[in-house]
Each structure stands twice: as structure tokens, then as C-alpha cells.
Design a protein around this ligand. Sequence first.
Ligand SMILES: C[S@@+](CC[C@H](N)C(=O)[O-])C[C@H]1O[C@@H](n2cnc3c(N)ncnc32)[C@H](O)[C@@H]1O
Length: 269
Amino acid sequence: MKHNIQKRVAELGVIQPWNHNYTLPEGVQTRPGTQVSHGKNLVKLERLKPIFDAIGLHGKSILDVGCNEGFFSLQMADQGARVLGIDIDTHRIEKARYVQSLLGEGKDMQFESIDIYSPEFKALDRFDLCLCLGFIHRVPDPFSAIAALGDRSDMILFEWKALKFGPHDEAFAYFSPKPIDQSDYYGTEYWLLSYAALERVLERVGFSHFHRIDDPRQKRAILVASKNPHPLFEQANQVIHRGRVPTLLSHGKRFLKTFASILNGRLNA
Ligand SMILES: C[S@@+](CC[C@H](N)C(=O)[O-])C[C@H]1O[C@@H](n2cnc3c(N)ncnc32)[C@H](O)[C@@H]1O
């Protein structure tokens, strides 16, 4: 059994390296050693847990957009939600289905290879909640992506690589200087949006309630957006204050890195 799982994990990893480190039966890990990605997802999960609790997942229908290998879909299904995980990348869906065959027994989840810009996506049911994690900075046209998601659900939970060195209340978008990632095409970075930029786009497509969870030391921002009232939106935004000096240092470092990459691009042009 262990040998078979190891063999299949290795085969799937040759087509494309595993992103999440799952611990499968017999202790087989999908991405042993580095733990970087798994750690990131666990950090993400820790940050998101209070939101999941506030929303309440049991019995909800959830669309996990850009689900990758299904880590968060599995978490949602564990909580009693009915989950559809979709991803444009067929290899990732193949991996998610393999993990499901080993860890998904009794869980109400399904994985499909679907592009959010496609007619197939438009034809999907509507969902109580859409998870949009690590996604909105990975699509070339965030406006139509957000409009498409808003057609499928009245509540969206975003976690994304935000524009963190500007004021969040200004609607800034910054186009990533990183080139297309040929080895991971769908992992290419496009627009980095500030909180306000994302909220203004969402307003244009009918969303009116927002709840921010911001940790100035994290590159990643979290926003819950809804078209309808919910007790969550009666709470104040959660901004974790780390003190001015660490915040300034972390913003300064990011600013310098971005400035250096722009300069580098100019010099190489
Ligand atoms: C960085 S991963 C995020 C994975 C997961 N949500 C998480 O937070 O760990 C972004 C995913 O979005 C998928 N993706 C990119 N463009 C897409 C599109 N147009 N439609 C559906 N999925 C897409 C990629 O294949 C990739 O798996």
C-alpha cells in the first residue's frame, strides 16, 4: 500500500511538482522536506479559521476557485460543507482527485477543471460562499474575474498578495514586474491590488459589505465581501498593529525590493 502511494505521488509530482504537503495514509508526504508551501497554507488556515467560524460552514455550499490540489476544499468539507473545487489546470485537479480518493471518504466534495472566464463557469450553480484564496493576483483581468465570481455567489472570501506599501484606502493596482512563469503558467502574477481597489471593483458588481483582516507584516491581505448584511460586517475591521517601527521596516523593505526590480528591468531593457 505504502509503495503504491509513494509511486503515484512521485508520478504526479513528475508532471508538475506538488504544491501542498499533504500527509497521506502510511505517512506518505506529497512534498516532504521543504514544508514551505504547507507551512504557508497552515499559516493561511490559521488566519482564516476565525472567519470560517464567524461565517459557519456546516451545510453551506462552497465554491473553491483556483483550488489547486484541494487543500482548502478538504478543510471545508471536513467542516460539513458541500464543496466544488475548480481549477483551470488539469494536472492540479488530477492531484486533488487523487488526494480525495485517499482522504475524502464521506466528504461532500468534487473537483472539476474549469476556467473562471469560460461559459462552463457561467453555467455553474450559485453557492453560499466563494473561496478565492491566492487567486486574484494570478489572473490577467481581475475585473471580469470578480464579476464572474459575483454572479456565482453573494459572499466571497479573498486572500491575496496585496499592494502593501501604499495606503490601503487608496484604490491602487500595481502590475507585477515578474515575467510569465513558463514552468507554472497559471501561477503567473499579474495585478497586485490594494484593499480599496478590490473593494471599489466589488462595489461596481453589487457588493456592499466588507470586512478586512489586515496584518501589516503579512504580504497577504484578507477581505470578506458580501451583497447582504451579516453579523460579521457589524464588527470593526481587524487590523493587527505591530508597532510603527516593524511596520515601517517591512513596508520599506518591500518598497525597496519593488524599486530595485523596476530599476533592474530598465537597466536590462
Ligand atoms: C496560487 S494557486 C492558489 C491555490 C489555493 N487556492 C491556495 O490558496 O492554496 C492559484 C490557482 O489558480 C489557478 N488558476 C489560475 N487561473 C485560473 C483560471 N482562469 N480559472 C481557474 N483557475 C485558475 C491556478 O491553476 C492555481 O492552481
